[in-house]
Design a protein. Structure first.
Length: 209
């Protein structure tokens, strides 16, 4: 692993973010072992913040502990991806459908910022940046419902990791995914919530491959 500079703000959080980026980018692939000592040496930090960062990622589901083996990057099957994608669609469509036209227009302004982030990530050809901005875009749809339990369920689905897996499994380019987001924002800006939901459902129809 390449050495990366760390600042003084919460070493645990910085190490966690570095490992998270490596998982999302694929540098750490499903099934790879995550060893404390090599990571600590590559980042020039003590083992304590690395151990804490790894535990955070185990707790959040990106890593998993294997008895007598150690910690590995969690692997997802194609069936896992399909099932989680279906749950996402249900949560997001129901949440988006619950907003008023006025709230939808306000939501469009927020989504537009995330859409710009998606476009910049595509221009930079960054899978990691795309996954994070796409996650923020879709999370806003659920957050707009005001239903904390639905949002907590959505947050538990490990979306950034699955965004990258879905792209690679479909064999599509990131730039081909931008048009899937644009009509959602456009319909909301017009106050057409039903049209926005239809655009979202079309998005997921495309992702079914």
């Amino acid at each position: 692993m390449n050495s990366q500079m760390l600042n003084r703000k919460s070493l645990k959080e910085q190490v966690r973010d570095i490992l998270f980026d490596r998982i999302i980018s694929g540098e750490l692939a499903p099934g790879d072992r995550v060893k404390i000592v090599p990571i600590a040496e590559s980042l020039q930090v003590s083992q304590a913040p690395v151990r804490e960062a790894i535990q955070c990622l185990v707790t959040s589901g990106y890593l998993e502990q294997h008895p007598n083996v150690g910690v590995k990057v969690k692997a997802f099957t194609k069936q896992d991806v399909r099932e989680i994608c279906h749950v996402r669609k249900l949560l997001e469509a129901d949440s988006l459908g619950s907003v008023t036209p006025e709230d939808g227009r306000r939501l469009a302004d927020v989504l537009d910022g995330h859409l710009k982030g998606i476009i910049e990530a595509v221009e930079a050809q960054s899978f990691t940046a795309y996954a994070l901005h796409d996650t923020r875009f879709h999370r806003c749809l659920v957050e707009a419902s005001g239903n904390a339990k639905m949002l907590a369920m959505w947050d538990s689905l490990l979306i950034p990791r699955l965004v990258v897996m879905t792209i690679r499994e479909l064999g599509v380019t990131m730039d081909s995914l931008i048009p899937l987001h644009v009509p959602i924002v456009a319909r909301l800006r017009e106050g057409d919530v039903g049209g926005a939901v239809a655009a979202l459902l079309a998005h997921y129809t495309f992702l079914k491959g």
